[in-house]
Design a protein around this ligand. Sequence first.
Ligand code: NAG
Length: 511
Amino acid sequence: MSFRSFLLLILLLNYTQCANILAIFNAPSKSNIILGVKLAEGLIKRGHHVTMASPFVSDPVDGLTQLHLKTIYDYREKLYRANAITTMNPFNIVKIMIQYWTEVSDLFWEEPAIQKIIEEKPKFDVVITFSVFTDAISGLAYHLGVPSIFFSPVGSNNLVNYYVANPNMVYVPNMMFPATSNTFLARLYTVTANIGMHLMAEFFITPYQRDLLKKYLPDCPSLEDLQKNVSLMLMNSHFSIESPRPHVPNAIQIGGFHLDQTKELPEDIKNFLDSAKQGAILFSMGTNVNVAIFGEEKLKAIFKVLGELAPMRVLFKSEMEHKNAPDNVMVKKWLPQADILAHPNMRAFISHGGLGGNTESVYHGVPMVGIPFYGDQRMNIQVAKSAGYAVGLDYEHLTEDLFRSKINEILENPRYGENAKKRSALIKGQLIKPMDNAAFWIEHIIKYGSGSHLRNDGMDLSWYQLYMVDIYLFYTVFLCLISFITYKTMKVSYRFLRRICSKNPVKQKKS
Ligand SMILES: *[C@@H]1O[C@H](CO)[C@@H](O)[C@H](O)[C@H]1NC(C)=O
């Protein structure tokens, strides 16, 4: 083969391999966006071009076009500053969720960058979205005439399973209202919570999404048809960080995909950790919970206990200034969490239990003290506790003594560290690297134009058909009928026999 034809071949190969991918990460959650950017980076490394629409702009990356959804960012900042998203009451959660996603949807469709995509229909090969509670977005893939891939930042659960008819098993805890056992009552609780969340979506969120679809993409098929046309669901999960559960062939687990490469730490943090010979702790409530939520008294208790740990060192993420922080504590507004957890001197991670933090903790084998607030955080901490690499703590009951005893438990009992290391080995020891797996499946969908060969027939069944409610009902009615007929027949035969017997005087005498 001549050099020129070799070059031509390379060009051709590149031509078929380089795809133009549109990723829409509209949820105003920084941790989601971090995942989105990492996914984009992984795809770019494989020669693709990614256009990403999101409320947060990351540092520029070659091959990544960023579309800033600024109005969603502003809305999120307003809520974040007001600490409005933190509440434990289920009715408040539901009310706030509905209002939140309605607002975010409105803002999304009015964004100039999205309007431009609708008008100009730029050429893409596939659209990746995280569209839970903002389902109308699935219309964009149809509008552009390309397959759509759903990205779930929290693994499979009752809110996303229907995209690919992945079964909702009763032993998979409800994400927001997790049960702790498999007793009848616990299962009843799980199913009730699942139904409750579905009814909420069905009555308060989906109708609005239908209206949005009609308003902004009037030529689209119905929302239901769009939802049934998702080619693939990528899930940021793995059995090392959640309870094992079934997955249909187009539900692909890629948990850990964003952790393959650790970046160099900023100079000051690196020095701080390198010289922490007695070990270091990271305190971070993630990107959505404000440290201010603890209030003055609890923060004082927290800092007192952390101060006592010296010469151990503590990295503390906080949006506030803490003038009286002890000398062994370094306070920062933002910290590269995953890269910090990768540092060999890390001994513990005090976390709110977001899935991102959980995954990073498991990946790098650092045990946790979990202080969950809302969403899936309680479930994540529960899973981590039962896997033996975490202790939990209720933030409402946080006192100096309790906080001290939990930290000491994690630092002094080697069991937690050992379990964290074991989980780390599980997530790192996969046959295929999670990012390679993600890229393979995205390319698979691009290559074959859709995912119809992966689609299971459950996609065309109603919930009562998929979960065999109609069959069980049929059998219940059938068995009732049979029992009834048997009973009636026996009764009639008995009467008949008695009548015969009473006509037989010999027998009567004998008895
Ligand atoms: C389903 O997706 C395919 C591409 O994967 C597309 O060609 C088709 O128009 C879509 N149909 C509906 C109803 O969304």
